[in-house]
Every structure is written in structure tokens, then in C-alpha cells.
Design a protein. Structure first.
Length: 262
């Protein structure tokens, strides 16, 4: 049975998709079988791994079939991303996924669990399923929380990092009390980190004061580095740019923390 982690932050540009890809890549290098789910209509995870966003069968088709109670095979939509360094499976998405919002809204009972039902067909085939969520507190994000065992929140330590974080935490707590009682916080991970800057250290202190007592803040942070930011342009993970780089090492350490967390 896979551990399902929703990687989410309603604030865009914090390295959410990059973290999904590179954490998944790091887990695969730890000999874990990994499925990456692109659940963002922007489709950046899909294109960032060199997968054509015009693929005829995507996660949207699986949602349509689940909502319409049509028999389907999730494997029809899964594609493999394999390089010399990394091997992961991908459930791709594109901009048409935005239509899933209204589609899910038509469901009377269990609308928060549509994605969970889709993934239940394959969750015994993987060690980890990582869901890249959209930068919003939408029905797509709610479905990701419904499918997840835990929530990982990438936070860029800037003066705006606390904006909206309280709303996200409230949404997770709401999920815990209603449609996913087993959901837990995987933790907060700092991304695009500039640890030597005074402002960064001050913002981290604010985050830790506000949330550190209740949410794990990962010891590993992800630095702002060119090798991390440039890898999607090549359709690969940071490990394919340089498996010994500082960026790759940071995600490898984060993966070990996730593994230690069980």
C-alpha cells in the first residue's frame, strides 16, 4: 500500500512542482516505486518531465470515468519517465483538468474522495504516490487532501510566506475532522532558501513560532540553486543535471527524512 503525500501551498512560485518531481526522483533512487500525480491544470509537472501535455488520456479522463461510474483502467493514463538516474511513473495533466472542478461538484456524496477512488486502483503497486496540487484551495486541492495520508507544505521563507498558510492549515484540519480522519501533516519544508540572509532567518523564526509546535519543520531545506530551477527546462529531475550537486543532495536528504517519518 502506497504512502500518499499531497504537496501543496496555495501560494504559487514556491517550488511545489519542483519538490514533487525531485522528491519523487530521490525516493526512486532509494529503490522505492513512485507515482507522481499532476493534479494542477497548469500541467507543469507533466511538461517538466518532458511529457506531452496533449496526451489524449490524462488524470482528467480518470476523474470523468469515476464521476460517471464508467469502468476504467488507470494504467491507460499512466506513463513512465525513465533516465539513467531516475525511474518514476506519472499520471499527467493539462489545462483541461480545470473542468474537473464543475464535474466533481455534481457528485452528491463523497465528492472529496473522487481522486482517492481513482488512486485506489493502483495504490498497492507503489511505495509512494506524490500529488502535485494547484496553487489554490480549490476542489482539486480538497480531493488531493481526501486521497492523501499526509500533507507536505513547501514554504519559501520570504515576507509573504505566511500569507495564506493559516487558510491552508485550516483546510487540512477541516479535512481531518470530516472526510479524511487519518490525514496528518508530513511537515513544512523550506524551498528556494537563502539561509545566510538575515530576513530569511527572521521569517523562518516567524514560521516556527506560528506552526512549529504542531507541524514538523523539516531539518533539510532546499536552497535556491540554478541546477534545481533549470532541470524542468530539460524535462528531467535535478539528479539528471548532476546527481552530486547541492540541489540533488538536498532532495536526497529530504527523501531520507520522509522515509524516516514512516
Amino acid at each position: 500500500m502506497a504512502k500518499v503525500i499531497a504537496i501543496t501551498n496555495q501560494k504559487g512560485g514556491v517550488g511545489k512542482t519542483t519538490t514533487t518531481v525531485d522528491l519523487g526522483a530521490a525516493l526512486s533512487r532509494e529503490k522505492k516505486k513512485v507515482l507522481l500525480v499532476d493534479f494542477d491544470p497548469q500541467g507543469n509537472l507533466t511538461s517538466g518531465l518532458g511529457i506531452d501535455r496533449k496526451r489524449p488520456i490524462t488524470v482528467l479522463n480518470m476523474i470523468q470515468n469515476e464521476v460517471g461510474e464508467v469502468e476504467y483502467d488507470v494504467h491507460d493514463s499512466i506513463t513512465q519517465h525513465q533516465t539513467e538516474e531516475v525511474k518514476v511513473d506519472v499520471l499527467p495533466a493539462n489545462k483541461l483538468l480545470v473542468s474537473a472542478e464543475s464535474m466533481i461538484a455534481t457528485v452528491n456524496d463523497g465528492k472529496e474522495l473522487i481522486l482517492k477512488n481513482v488512486l485506489s486502483h493502483v495504490d498497492d503497486e507503489y511505495d509512494f504516490i506524490l500529488i502535485d496540487c494547484p496553487p489554490s484551495l480549490s476542489m482539486l486541492t480538497i480531493n488531493a487532501l481526501g486521497a492523501a495520508d499526509s500533507v507536505l507544505i513547501p514554504v519559501q521563507p520570504t515576507k509573504y510566506s505566511l500569507d495564506g498558510l493559516a487558510d491552508l492549515v485550516k483546510l487540512v484540519i477541516g479535512a481531518q475532522s470530516t472526510y479524511n480522519k487519518n490525514l496528518v501533516f508530513e511537515g513544512i519544508v523550506y524551498t528556494l532558501d537563502t539561509p545566510n540572509q538575515v530576513e530569511t532567518r527572521n521569517i523562518k523564526a516567524d514560521v516556527e513560532d506560528a506552526y512549529g509546535a504542531n507541524i514538523r519543520i523539516h531539518e533539510t531545506s532546499i536552497p535556491r540553486l540554478k541546477d534545481i530551477s533549470s532541470s524542468p527546462s530539460y524535462g528531467v529531475s535535478v539528479f539528471d543535471i548532476d546527481p552530486d550537486s547541492k540541489g540533488a543532495s538536498a532532495y536526497a536528504k529530504l527523501a531520507r527524512e520522509v522515509l524516516e517519518n514512516g
